[in-house]
Design a protein around this ligand. Structure first.
Ligand code: SUG
Length: 448
């Protein structure tokens, strides 16, 4: 049976703004308070989805969330009508209003961890929604994420959904941003690679000093258990704490993998040799020939990787078996990174081509091409069990661009978040979207 890797991209929500909400994420902190352009952000994302579809990849779309999250504001004591909740939060606790308005669900690499059916004990595709509990604005995503994923992958014969892990820092889970799957073919059993930032229960593991390690070893182990992965099918590795302190808040800011290839920075992991050796031997046992490309720090410094998002790229297998790297425009703007990429292509290695996309609106909040997509490897049968409403087609692309043009603002500043009209605009747009994508009722305003 044929199998595919389907990329489900997060559609940017109508409240996309620069709230400066993510301590440890350099771009989020340095662009705080700038005016955003939600319309442009959503169109840039759709452009990437269309380009991948046009290249022949199966492309999906993941819906944004209802913001401001009035229920989250009510849960911390703001009462009255929806408009009064927003007004009171704006007056008394602007940072909480800003957090409740974030369109951060667009970075769907953080929505969930996904294990394909070839890896799991019960032969179903497993999803665990990420609790994202390191940041308040992200911790409020998972209930709606679970409903949206449930509406996209509803068939219980093929798909199993797990609720987010316990909502404490000890089980901090950031989803697929710290998870990569290697395999010979998407439909064959592979090796799932979990990268954590610290251990919550064992003080022998080192931890970063300056910025938070969002993913714990215990969370990664819990996800592997829930998904029914075998010991032979998993590798756990610690991220280098020194790079977290330089702004590598997720492993997908410093490494990306696909098929049999890991493309990573020299300083990405704590015990690099041991980690690569384990990946090599576990993949060999699966009949796969693991390879890695290590980018040396004297060619691309960690700081250049963080600024350019070289590793937050999409590594895709083309029909002829060669690989394509989808990078953000910021890679072309960085002379060292661009020179490295030219050399990489000229080396006649597994990565044959680089394509550049303008994702500036998302990049300014620390979200590159890889953050914007959730990878789901599916065989033909499973693909036909996915809600067809969320699979990108030329007609859906047209409908969604028109939908964005009709409902989205082209400028948003902090003051605008206090406008109760924004909530009405967001709900009107999302109500229409659930019909376009055939999701049913998934938003709090639709089910309460
Ligand atoms: O969690 N930024 C996101 C970026 C997530 C990137 N995802 C991956 N690397 N997979 C975060 O830090 C910033 C929001 C703001 O500041 O307005 C933000 O949430």
């Amino acid at each position: 049976m044929k199998s595919f890797e389907v990329n489900f991209d997060g559609l940017v929500g109508p409240t996309h703004n620069y709230g400066g909400l993510s301590f440890g994420n350099v771009a989020s902190q340095s662009n705080s308070q700038q005016a955003s352009n939600p319309k442009e952000a959503a169109l840039q994302g759709l452009e990437k989805m269309k380009a991948l579809m046009d290249m022949g990849f199966v492309q999906g779309v993941l819906a944004p969330q209802e913001r401001p999250d009035v229920a989250a504001l009510r849960s911390v004591g703001f009462g009255g009508s929806d408009a009064q909740v927003i007004e009171r939060a704006a007056k008394e606790a602007m940072p909480l209003l800003v957090a409740s308005c974030s369109a951060s669900s667009m970075w769907v690499a953080n929505a969930a961890t996904v294990s394909p059916s070839a890896d799991t004990a019960d032969g179903r595709v497993h999803f665990t929604a990420a609790n994202l509990n390191c940041k308040f604005h992200r911790s409020i995503e998972h209930p709606t994420t679970s409903r949206v994923l449930g509406a996209m992958f509803a068939d219980q014969d093929h798909f199993a959904h797990h609720a987010a892990l316990p909502a404490v820092a000890q089980f901090g889970d950031e989803g697929a941003a710290n998870h990569t799957r290697f395999c010979r073919d998407y439909g064959e059993a592979g090796v799932e690679f979990f990268v954590y930032g610290r251990s919550a229960f064992d003080s022998r593991y080192p931890a970063p000093q300056k910025y938070p390690a969002r993913q714990t070893l215990e969370a990664s182990q819990a996800v592997a258990r829930l998904h029914g992965l075998s010991d032979e099918g998993v590798v756990f590795a610690q991220q280098n704490p020194a790079v977290i302190d330089q702004g590598v808040f997720h492993n997908d800011v410093i490494a990306v993998g696909n098929g049999e290839l890991l493309f990573h920075h020299q300083d990405a992991f704590l015990n690099t040799e041991q980690t690569l050796a384990e990946l090599h031997s576990k993949l060999a046992a699966r009949g796969a020939n693991f390879q890695s490309i290590s980018v040396p720090r004297d060619q691309v410094a960690v700081e250049d990787a963080v600024r350019s998002y070289l590793f937050n790229s999409q590594l895709l297998t083309r029909d002829n078996g060669s690989m394509l790297l989808i990078v953000p425009e910021e890679c072309r703007a960085n002379p060292r990174v661009w020179q490295y990429l030219q050399g990489l292509i000229a080396s006649a290695g597994p990565i044959a081509e680089v394509k550049v996309f303008d994702l500036k609106q998302s990049m300014q909040n620390g979200g590159g091409p890889a953050c914007l997509r959730l990878r789901v490897a599916l065989n033909e049968k499973e693909l036909s069990a996915v809600n067809p409403g969320v699979i990108m087609t030329p007609a859906l692309y047209e409908t969604l661009t028109q939908w964005v043009s009709k409902h989205y603002r082209d400028a948003l500043r902090e003051n605008d978040l206090a406008d109760p009209q924004l909530l009405i605009e967001c709900r009107t747009a999302l109500d229409e979207l659930t019909h376009i994508l055939n999701l049913g009722s998934v938003y709090p305003f639709q089910i309460n």
